[in-house]
Write a protein that binds this ligand. Sequence first.
Ligand SMILES: [Zn+2]
Length: 179
Amino acid sequence: MTGESQIPPSGLVCPFEKLRPSQLIRDDAFFMSLAFNLAVDAWRIDEVPIGAIIERGGEIIAAAHNEVERTGDPTAHAEILAITQASKKIGDWRLNDCTLYVTKEPCPMCSGASIMSRLGRVVYAWGDPKMGCMGGATELHSLPKLNHRVTVTRGILEDPCREILQAYFVMKRGKDLAN
Ligand SMILES: [Zn+2]
């Protein structure tokens, strides 16, 4: 359908198609669909399929996916890259009037970055009971002495965002075992 079924060097072809949300309704599901599409892009270049979008006043000011493998940088998570992009774009490190959409609950590092950048709102698809620090394993944003309060919404487009990540790890494990 898309004609974009590139075969990444690993040979692990992404079985997920990109979503095509209506441009007319710019709700949480719309922006999360775009984050999901970035996760598909990530898989196509052998990165862990997690995508992030930052929205401000209805406009997308940042879009990124994980780039840890390509850059060899363990901090190159989708959220960190998107936060850096957004700050550059608006010329301010404070992102109070911005919303971060990410396909998986932010890890300790990205939850911390969300607080430090004073993001107004974080929306994530599925919770991570192991490493998630915005409700899954713990709630970093609820530290009692924090001045900044970030609003968290969870469960938007949860199924596809979880399925793509789980499928990626199942395929990768299968390949690693075969080698
Ligand atoms: Zn992270």
